[in-house]
Design a protein around this ligand. Structure first.
Ligand SMILES: Nc1nc2c(c(=O)[nH]1)N[C@H]1C(S)=C(S)[C@@H](COP(=O)(O)OP(=O)(O)OC[C@H]3O[C@@H](n4cnc5c(=O)[nH]c(N)nc54)[C@H](O)[C@@H]3O)O[C@H]1N2
Ligand SMILES: Nc1nc2c(c(=O)[nH]1)N[C@H]1C(S)=C(S)[C@@H](COP(=O)(O)OP(=O)(O)OC[C@H]3O[C@@H](n4cnc5c(=O)[nH]c(N)nc54)[C@H](O)[C@@H]3O)O[C@H]1N2
Ligand code: SF4
Ligand SMILES: [Mo]
Length: 715
């Protein structure tokens, strides 16, 4: 294969006159795809898929192909800047890296001394492969407060799977599941986390049955054998209904249950509370379809669940995850080929070890904001964002004085955006590292120019659970941009952490690889390394849980004061829980379904990608559109009790007439004022973040289920 790749590449170079081709590892999303980067006159000229890469087998998405348009974008920040006017005035001056990092270091040391390290909050965005360095920096500084999307994205999956079975089980596409239940996920567009859409599609082409659980008719739902079009936010009830069928029809794997699960009897009692007729009422899914899906899933071997973020952005976040894990477990699909596998990573220092969590003093960890309120999250170093906004705005439980966002745009991506904006306006000092002056960065004091993936050496997929690591190789340098890893390595020396860091970040790469006995320079020459693949490991050593069993009944949740078994809770705002409000806001709003060309707020300034999606779109059923006098393409107002925003109507018969689906993360970088239209179409102006609307254990904000009204924009 490798020879084929390079003979192909050699031909490309000859025909098109490229100077070189470098193998690397894309990270325009959560990353993963192997790429061949062709350069001409020292610049990236073309990016193609690497057919030899086991993650994507030569395929690429639009974002990967357009990466160089991001790297060379004329609006990109290519040197550090300091704000010289008021916040959001757009007045900046060019400063040197030394001055920028010295100023940030001075503030850090000052706040640490006067208010404690906990008054400094570090923040990062999703899956940018910088979390290990950020945690290392924060833990060594002594702040327990690292603000991420982890409360409602991926963190819940990791936390609940660790307490249930010790690690996160991933679909084993290489061994082709015979049935794939795609639950609140649209991986052919989102290519999230460990699994790209491509291997899923191969398994489908090989004949896998599909069960799709989604309120919208996605491409996957359209190809499914069974589509369960549920009422948004009722996933736990649906999963418990399927478990009820599987238990009562004895379709479960009796040997696995007898030998390896903990808490079977109380679990059976709990699922008996969810007979299909009751579940039909809650979920809108006909009882026969619930039975059909349960039987298909439980009787086809091997089967797997490809779950998505939709189940995490709900008040039932943790229980959704646990109910789906129960489905994987009792059907005997855990750690079997073609099922749901607990893959081993290569023997490197993992994110947790590199992140130096053990170096955070215990008394500091007790100060994590919200740690007492959301105890599952707190035990995994995850915080609920509102806890940070409250610490700034109300100084409760103590004042937060400094924010340092490295690859995050919270004004657009966290619930209750207006509150987020107020907190960022008030905070005493804020530093940001980004590619552009976003609406969040416009509120900062100092903004650092970050390197894109084309401009850094790194160990790709280091944080994932599929067991591969792949080299990302630096190909270009743009302006003075630096990777977050190099930037923090440098800053660490200025705040007294020098002994734990390196002269350059290559030392950090060597440190990660050290247990395998290789250096970055050696790893860089390889295509990838994979951890040892073994199945049914639990037969020898049990599961890494307190009982050594697969915990259907969670002893840890019980210790932390939560219900040890999954149960369904109504969404905080819904036709059932707030019927009076429903009269005024008569539609259920779901937000955030992914668009192929964007990554949250990213890429709206990238020509090839903006061409794919010019305006923010909201999906409305034709009947609803008719009722509300809305035509295709009209600008409409979507309104919730928190505020209103404008998007364009897309009439779509694949959604229930009672449900509306709006896109998230829309801003308009082409608007040159410092707000960049952050509050015009930003769906997080509509979402809520009150503590009692969040998942009680995980602190997940409910951005997938709220109530709204919709009408044509007043002209
Ligand atoms: N309503 C609603 N809100 C949502 C969601 C939803 O479905 N609905 N989804 C949520 C989810 S799942 C997530 S994960 C969050 C995402 O939330 P964020 O991660 O905060 O979102 P991004 O918009 O991707 O912000 C990333 C910023 O970092 C910059 N950036 C990208 N790569 C790098 C890098 O390597 N280094 C540095 N320094 N900067 C970089 C980008 O230019 C961008 O401005 O959004 C959430 N918000
Ligand atoms: N192109 C692109 N790719 C991305 C991202 C991006 O912004 N753009 N973001 C990345 C990130 S951080 C994440 S977390 C992943 C997320 O990727 P996915 O998990 O695939 O998430 P979404 O596409 O947001 O939502 C999946 C489906 O959930 C459905 N849904 C909405 N509400 C509910 C509900 O209550 N129950 C159920 N069962 N389904 C519901 C939606 O209709 C949608 O089709 O994508 C990642 N990949
Ligand atoms: S799916 Fe992600 S890693 Fe793959 S090409 Fe697209 S942006 Fe790059
Ligand atoms: Mo996410």
């Amino acid at each position: 294969m490798a020879e084929f790749v390079f003979s192909n590449a050699a031909r490309e170079m000859e025909v098109y006159g490229y100077d070189s081709v470098v193998k690397s590892h894309c990270r325009m999303c959560h990353g993963g795809c192997g790429v061949l980067i062709y350069t001409k006159n020292g610049k990236v000229a073309k990016i193609a898929g690497d057919p030899g890469c086991p993650i994507n087998h030569g395929t690429l998405c639009s974002k990967g192909i357009a990466s160089h348009q991001l790297a060379y974008h004329p609006d990109r920040l290519t040197y550090p800047v300091r704000r010289v006017g008021p916040k959001a005035s757009g007045q900046w001056e060019h400063i040197s890296w030394d001055e920028a990092l010295d100023t940030i270091a001075e503030r850090i040391l000052d706040y640490k001394e006067k208010f404690g390290a906990e008054s400094i909050v570090m923040g990062y965005g999703t899956g940018r492969e910088n979390e290990a360095v950020i945690y290392r920096f924060a833990n060594l500084l002594g702040t327990p407060n690292v603000l991420t999307a982890g409360h409602f994205c991926y963190g819940p999956r990791i936390a609940t799977s660790i307490i249930t079975c010790g690690s996160n089980p991933i679909v084993d596409y290489e061994n082709h599941p015979k049935c794939i239940m795609v639950w609140g996920n649209n991986l052919v567009i989102s290519n999230p986390d460990c699994s790209k859409g491509e291997p899923f599609s191969v398994s489908v082409n090989k004949g896998a049955k599909i069960i799709a659980v989604d309120p919208r008719l996605t491409r996957i739902a359209a190809r499914a054998d069974v589509w369960l079009q549920l009422r948004p936010g009722t996933d736990t009830a649906l999963a418990l209904g399927m478990l009820n069928v599987i238990v009562n029809e004895k379709l479960y794997d009796q040997e696995f249950v007898n030998k390896h699960v903990y808490g079977w009897d109380p679990f059976v009692e709990r699922v008996n509370d969810y007979p299909p007729d009751k579940v039909e009422e809650i979920t809108w899914v006909p009882r026969n379809k619930i039975r059909e899906a349960a039987r298909l899933f439980a009787s086809t071997k091997p089967a797997a669940i490809q779950l998505g973020v939709a189940i995490e952005q709900q008040v039932n976040c943790a229980d959704n995850n646990r109910a789906l894990m129960a489905l994987m477990g009792i059907t005997g699909n855990i750690d079997v080929p073609g099922g749901q596998v607990l893959f081993s990573t290569p023997k490197i220092r993992n994110v947790g070890q590199f992140g130096a969590h053990r170096m955070l003093p215990h008394e500091q960890s007790l100060k994590r904001v919200g740690g007492d309120r959301f105890r599952l999250a707190g035990n995994f170093a995850i915080i609920n964002p509102k806890c940070v906004w409250d610490a700034i705005l109300k100084e409760e439980p103590y004042p937060v004085k400094m924010l340092f966002f490295i690859s995050s745009n919270p004004v657009m991506t966290r619930a209750n955006a207006k509150e987020v904006y107020r907190a960022l306006e008030k905070v005493e000092f804020m530093a940001v590292s980004d590619f552009f002056l976003t609406a969040t960065a416009e509120l900062a004091d100092i903004v650092l120019p970050a390197a894109t993936w084309l401009e850094m050496d790194y160990i790709g997929d280091f944080w994932k659970r599929h067991g591969y690591i792949l080299p990302r190789r630096k190909v270009i340098q743009v302006g003075e941009c630096r990777s977050d890893h190099e930037m923090l390595n440098d800053l660490a020396h200025r705040v007294g952490q020098g002994e734990y860091w390196w002269d350059t970040f290559e030392g950090g790469l060597d440190y990660i690889l050290e247990p395998m006995g290789i250096t970055w320079q050696e790893f860089k020459k390889l295509d990838h390394i994979r951890g040892e693949v073994r199945y049914r490991k639990y037969e020898e050593r049990g599961f890494s849980t307190p009982t050594k069993k697969f915990e259907l009944y969670s002893t840890l949740l019980e210790n932390w004061g939560y219900d040890p078994l999954p149960k369904f809770r109504e969404a905080p705002e819904s036709p059932v829980s707030t019927p009076e409000l429903y009269k005024k806001y008569p539609y259920i709003l779901i937000t955030g379904a992914r668009s192929p060309g964007f990554f949250h707020t990213e890429n709206r300034q990238v020509p090839w990608l903006r061409e794919l999606h010019r305006d923010p779109l909201v999906e409305i059923h034709p009947e609803t559109a008719k009722k509300e006098c809305i035509n295709e393409g009209d600008w409409v107002e979507i309104e919730s009790p928190r505020g209103k925003v404008r998007q364009r109507a897309k009439i779509f018969a694949g959604i229930d007439p009672r449900v509306i689906s709006a896109q998230h993360a829309w801003w308009f970088p082409e608007k040159k004022d410092p707000g960049h239209g952050w509050d015009e179409s930003n769906v997080n102006i509509l979402t809520d973040n009150a503590y009692n609307t969040c998942d009680p254990a995980m602190g997940a904000t409910s951005v997938r289920t709220l109530l709204c009204k919709i009408h044509p924009e007043a002209r």
